[in-house]
Design a protein around this ligand. Structure first.
Ligand code: ADP
Length: 318
C-alpha cells in the first residue's frame, strides 16, 4: 500500500465539504500520508487535475459553503475508456486510495472503477436530500435545514403581516426529509411530501374554520418531489380557503452558506473514519451514521437500494 491518498467532491456540492477538506489535509499528514486534491469531480481524474494538497490550500475555508476543489458530474467517467485514463493519471502519482464526498451515484461510479482497476475508496454520504440508504445522516443536511429555518422565520413575519398563505418549496428530489423536518420544527399548518399520499379536500373544512376563528396566515411546506407543483397548492389556498397566497421556492440557497457546527463536526468525523478505514484494509465502503454510531457499510447495501423515510418521522404527518 502506498502513502498517497486523494479526495474528490462529486455530484451536488453541500456545505460541509470545505471543513472535510481541511481535516483531510490535517489527518492525512498526522498519519504520515501524502494528501492530494482531485479538482472538479471525476472530470478532474480524467483531465489529470490532481494536485498535492497543503495546509495553505485549506487555510480560511472552514467557514465557507461549497467546495474549494469544485464538484462536477462527469458523463465521460461512465465510459471505460476514460476510466482507464483516470487510472493512468492516478498511477503516475502513485495514488491508490480515494475518498469521495458525494451521493449514491458517485459511489456507484467508484464501485465500477474499483471492480475494473482495484482503486480502493471510501465514500462519505454528502447530499442535502438525506436520501442515501444505510445512513441516517448525510453531510450538509443540518446546514440546509438551518437555512430553511431562517428563511421560513422571515416568511412567517411577512405572512402574518399581510394575512397570506405561503407555500414554501424545499429541495429533496424524491425524498421529503427536508420538508418533513422543517414542518415539525417550524410549526407549519401543512406539509406535503412524496412519501405520503394526500388529498387537499381533507384540510378544507379545518382551514376554513381556523380562518373564521381568527387565523391570519398559513404556512405550507411542500417538497419538490410531490406530484402537484407549488403554484397549484397556492391556487387551492386562494380558491378553496379564500386567502391570498404566494409561493416561495427556496432552491439552491439550501445548498450553500456557512457550514453549521454540526456539519463541521460531522465532516471531521466522517473524514477521520474514512482514512482510518482505508488504512485498516477496508477497500470499498461507505461511512454511515446511524443510532449505533459510525459504521462501514458495503456499496451493495448503500448505493443500490432506495432509501425510505423513517416511520417514526412519518407519524408526525398523521
Ligand atoms: P450523486 O453522487 O449526487 O448521486 P450522480 O448520480 O450525478 O451524483 O453521479 C455523479 C457521477 O458519478 C456521474 O456524473 C458519473 O460520472 C459517476 N457515475 C455514476 N454512476 C456511474 C456508473 N454506474 N459508472 C461509472 N460512473 C458513474
Amino acid at each position: 500500500m502506498g502513502n498517497n491518498i486523494a479526495i474528490i467532491c462529486s455530484g451536488g456540492d453541500v456545505s460541509g465539504m470545505n471543513p472535510a477538506l481541511k481535516h483531510f489535509v490535517e489527518y492525512t499528514k498526522a498519519n504520515k500520508l501524502t494528501p492530494y486534491f482531485v479538482y472538479d469531480g471525476y472530470e478532474g481524474l480524467i483531465k489529470n487535475h490532481i494536485k498535492e494538497a497543503s495546509y495553505q490550500d485549506v487555510a480560511g475555508i472552514i467557514n465557507r459553503g461549497g467546495t474549494k476543489i469544485g464538484s462536477a458530474r462527469s458523463k465521460r467517467f461512465e465510459d471505460a475508456k476514460y476510466r482507464q485514463i483516470a487510472k493512468n493519471n492516478l498511477d503516475a502519482l502513485d495514488i491508490d486510495m480515494l475518498i469521495v464526498l458525494g451521493g449514491d451515484g458517485s459511489f456507484r461510479g467508484l464501485h465500477t472503477f474499483y471492480k475494473e482497476h482495484g482503486v480502493k475508496f471510501c465514500g462519505i454520504p454528502s447530499t442535502i436530500d438525506n436520501d442515501i440508504e444505510g445512513t441516517d445522516y448525510c453531510l450538509g443536511v443540518d446546514t440546509a435545514l438551518n437555512i430553511i429555518k431562517t428563511s421560513i422565520d422571515a416568511i412567517r413575519d411577512t405572512a402574518s403581516s399581510f394575512s397570506r398563505a405561503f407555500v414554501v418549496e424545499t429541495m429533496g428530489r424524491d425524498c421529503g426529509y427536508l420538508a418533513l423536518i422543517t414542518h415539525i420544527t417550524s410549526g407549519s399548518e401543512l406539509c406535503l411530501i412524496p412519501e405520503k399520499k394526500y388529498d387537499l379536500k381533507n384540510y378544507e373544512e379545518k382551514f376554513i374554520q381556523e380562518r373564521e376563528a381568527g387565523r391570519r396566515y398559513f404556512l405550507a411546506i411542500v417538497s419538490e418531489g410531490i406530484k402537484q407543483n407549488s403554484n397549484e397548492i397556492a391556487q387551492w389556498f386562494e380558491q378553496k380557503i379564500g386567502i391570498e397566497s404566494r409561493v416561495s421556492v427556496l432552491g439552491h440557497i439550501q445548498r450553500g452558506g456557512n457550514p453549521s457546527i454540526y456539519d463541521r463536526l460531522m465532516a471531521y468525523k466522517f473524514v477521520a473514519f474514512a482514512i482510518d478505514g482505508l488504512l485498516d484494509g477496508k477497500d470499498e465502503s461507505v461511512i454511515c451514521y446511524t443510532k449505533k454510531g459510525f459504521e462501514y457499510k458495503s456499496i451493495e447495501n448503500v448505493a443500490f437500494k432506495k432509501k425510505t423515510l423513517d416511520e417514526e418521522l412519518l407519524k408526525y404527518l398523521e
